[in-house]
Design a protein around this ligand. Structure first.
Ligand SMILES: Cc1cc2nc3c(=O)[nH]c(=O)nc-3n(C[C@H](O)[C@H](O)[C@H](O)COP(=O)(O)O)c2cc1C
Length: 212
């Protein structure tokens, strides 16, 4: 498979980057080809007045959104990496997701047809030691994937705060690598049991894996 990792943190060497990098390493170890994109290196502008675009029939915003969407469409599996910021995804990730509305409104079902069945996962570090710390983020993103009829394979979350803390967290490294290595298998697990959850806290070192 062609696997794309999106890093939605502005901290380029931060925990999200390490999580994504390790998942992609695991994916490469299983023969997948990978690419990583930092959203902070792209110019993705917020939505303006969509009704103007509907009238003229095209999106007026000129930025890197379309090239980034092309990358998403080109890859078989996309890992959406974002830290929890104020309970939800980072502004970079949320701004990117908001812009999908341009595609929905202007291309309608043809956009959904392109996204339908695309494999996707969420990778998120957060500071909250309770594993419910990412629940709103998961809710926003999982419902987005459901709306787009994408094939949501699973999620991994870890507790991390300081810069690169994930890179020193052996448990996080182990499970992120394993997740990447098992991407093909997850397709089948999902069909049988639903999306897979890798939940663990570096405080307790108590990994749990379950069907959602
Ligand atoms: C603006 C901001 C808001 C944050 N909000 C939350 C939050 O609501 N819940 C939480 O658990 N952690 C929160 N955090 C902590 C980050 O999720 C955590 O430090 C994460 O590891 C950062 O990932 P990064 O190194 O990839 O940027 C916040 C951090 C920042 C900078």
């Amino acid at each position: 498979m062609k696997v794309l990792g999106l890093v939605g943190s502005g901290r380029k060497d931060g925990n999200t980057n390490h999580l994504i990098e390790t998942i992609l390493e695991g994916a490469r170890s299983s023969g997948h080809t990978t690419k990583k994109i930092h959203l902070s290196e792209m110019t993705i502008l917020p939505i303006g007045d969509c009704t103007v675009c509907w009238k003229i029939g095209y999106c007026q915003i000129e930025d890197d959104f379309n090239p980034l969407m092309q990358e998403v469409l080109f890859h078989d599996c996309v890992i959406f990496g974002t830290p929890v910021y104020w309970l939800g995804p980072s502004a970079q990730m949320k701004t990117f997701l908001d812009r999908w509305v341009c595609k929905i409104n202007l291309e309608g079902d043809s956009f959904r047809n392109k996204m339908r069945g695309k494999k996707c996962l969420i990778a998120t570090p957060h500071q909250d030691e309770k594993l419910t710390g990412a629940e709103y983020l998961f809710s926003i993103m999982e419902r987005t994937f459901e709306y787009m009829e994408m094939a949501y394979l699973g999620k991994i979350q870890t507790v991390a705060w300081r810069r690169s803390e994930v890179s020193r967290d052996k448990t996080a490294q182990k499970y992120a690598f394993e997740l990447g290595g098992r991407l093909s298998e997850l397709q089948y697990i999902r069909r049988a049991t639903g999306a897979v959850t890798f939940n663990f806290s570096n405080q307790t070192d108590a990994p749990k894996q379950s069907g959602a």
